[in-house]
Design a protein around this ligand. Structure first.
Ligand code: ADP
Length: 485
């Protein structure tokens, strides 16, 4: 494994400041998607053990929420330092269990650590207000108070950043947290728990549990002591969790699927658009909810864009994430490979053309060739569904109206990208796109300082930025009598 500090690789859960196994003795394997080899085994906790984690978070809450914002910020800064001091080891764990190229894993550690740093700062800025009163004898004030115990259910594609962006915000606000990472990538989450412990974050403030998603998810979504649930994952599971959370009226943040359009207008700087396209499509091998899913290209530049994009795609180096120069790692599992294969087969049968790639990679296993399909029609399933892999699809458009209509012809509304050099068009199109985030002349928008989130079937709520803290705060209104009415 080659970790500088092998003790970062934990194979037990972190509950109430203790490292625990399942009482049943059950566990499940974590597999390296590049080789199929087992890396470690982690506990398969049961429902009552999830409840214990919730109880631990509930017990830690009164003291944690009474700490000053400055004290909470200090704990977060220490956690941040621990993460950066162990940057390479964390990135190794990310690459091992997720498969992404090591350089990208390092990038994720920095991005993920950025949330801890950001929310250490935001902890200090949970301001209330005074509101001009309609009554001479009363004053109106608002306070911000922590929501309470929070649950965080995170996906495998950014195992580090998705956890810090929820838990750091929760802790900054004065909440305590129970996190359940994806079964594919629990080791990164457990390493983060280890570093939280080393940072001195008190027992019970952060808990990490692993086990069957449905069992633990149901507990987190239904337990009355959990006051908020933040979920990143599929729209299907998001809907399920929302329904499960309804009887206890939990606060929710749902960051669900995406189907980002990437528009290239004829007046675009094509070189910039190509670089942006590669970044927006192939980061994490396309396994990102903000990945460009549909390239919509104005017909005047369609063939040129297709030819140049194909060249860049064909030049991508595919391989295990630890190999030097690798730009695209394996897909997460065989199911993902089969899904993409089926989407391509169906599209080709309906008239799409393979420009480059098109199938499994010679390396075998979960490796897939970076692929470009052109002449994809909006009626094809590959246009409507989130591809979640290294496959770019091209569709031509004629004018702005058609571009906007095509871009919005999706049930999702997370990110969108477009390239133009016309300022008026930039504003008009940005306003018309139905999504939560727009990149204009850029292929990447994520940063801890900006609000991340979607609309439509991509969910609701914002993470990162000052809004990310609000998700973990309640507003309490105080009406204060100060004299005669
Ligand atoms: P993906 O298809 O990208 O794996 P999922 O929505 O299935 O997306 O997974 C995202 C997270 O949701 C993971 O932590 C996973 O374990 C969890 N999850 C999956 N199914 C359920 C469920 N029925 N209840 C709660 N959490 C679930």
């Amino acid at each position: 494994m080659n970790l500088n500090d092998p003790s970062l690789l934990r194979s037990r859960c972190y509950v109430g400041g203790h490292w625990v196994s399942a009482a049943s003795g059950k566990f499940f394997p974590v597999v390296n998607p590049a080789s199929g080899e087992e890396i470690a085994r982690v506990p398969a906790l049961a429902a009552d053990e999830a409840r214990q984690a919730i109880e631990a978070a509930a017990s830690a809450l009164p003291v944690w929420q009474k700490r000053t914002a400055e004290e909470r910020a200090e704990f977060l800064k220490r956690w941040h330092r621990q993460i950066l001091e162990n940057r390479e080891d964390l990135a190794r764990i990310v690459t091992l269990e997720n498969g992404k190229p090591f350089a990208e894993a390092l990038g994720e550690v920095d991005y993920g650590a950025g949330f801890v740093d950001w929310f250490a700062g935001e902890a200090l800025r949970a301001y209330g207000e005074t509101i001009p009163s309609p009554w001479p004898g009363r004053r109106i004030l608002t306070f911000k108070q922590p929501v309470g115990v929070c649950a965080a259910i995170t996906p495998w594609n950014f195992p580090l950043a998705m956890l810090t962006r929820k838990c750091a915000a929760a802790l900054a606000a004065g909440c305590t947290a129970v996190a359940k990472p994806a079964a594919e990538t629990p080791l990164t989450a457990l390493a983060l728990a280890e570093l939280a412990e080393r940072a001195g974050i008190p027992a019970g403030v952060v808990n990490v549990i692993t086990g069957p998603a449905e069992v633990l998810g149901t507990e987190l979504a239904t337990h009355p002591k959990v006051r908020k649930l933040s979920f990143t994952g599929s729209t299907r599971v998001g809907r399920l969790l929302m329904a499960q959370a309804a009887p206890t009226l939990k606060r929710l943040s749902l960051e669900l699927g995406g189907n980002a359009p990437f528009l290239v207008f004829a007046d675009a700087d094509l070189k910039a658009a190509l670089s942006g396209a590669m970044l927006a499509k192939f980061r994490n091998g396309g396994q990102s909810c903000v990945a460009a899913n549909r390239f919509l290209v104005q017909k005047e530049v369609y063939e040129e864009f297709a030819a140049e994009l194909a060249q860049r795609i064909a030049a991508l180096k595919v391989g295990p994430g630890f190999e030097a120069g690798v730009q695209v790692g394996p897909l997460i599992h065989a199911k993902a490979v089969a899904k993409i294969e089926a989407l391509i087969a169906e599209a080709v049968a309906q008239g799409a053309q393979v420009v480059t790639g098109g199938g499994r990679h010679l390396l075998g296993g979960n490796f897939f060739q970076p692929t470009l399909l052109k002449d994809v029609s909006p009626r094809m399933r590959i246009f409507a569904e989130e591809i979640f892999g290294p496959v770019a699809i091209l569709t031509a458009f004629t004018d702005d109206e058609e571009a906007i209509a095509l871009a919005n012809a999706s049930e999702y509304g997370l990110a969108a990208y477009f390239y133009t050099q016309d300022l008026k068009r930039a504003l008009r199109v940005a306003e018309a796109l139905e999504c939560g985030m727009v990149g204009v002349n850029v292929g990447r928008v994520s940063t801890p300082v900006a609000p991340f989130g979607g609309i439509k079937q991509s969910g609701f709520g914002r993470e990162g930025s000052k809004y990310g803290l609000e998700e973990y705060l309640e507003i309490k209104y105080l009406c204060l009598g100060v004299g005669e009415e």
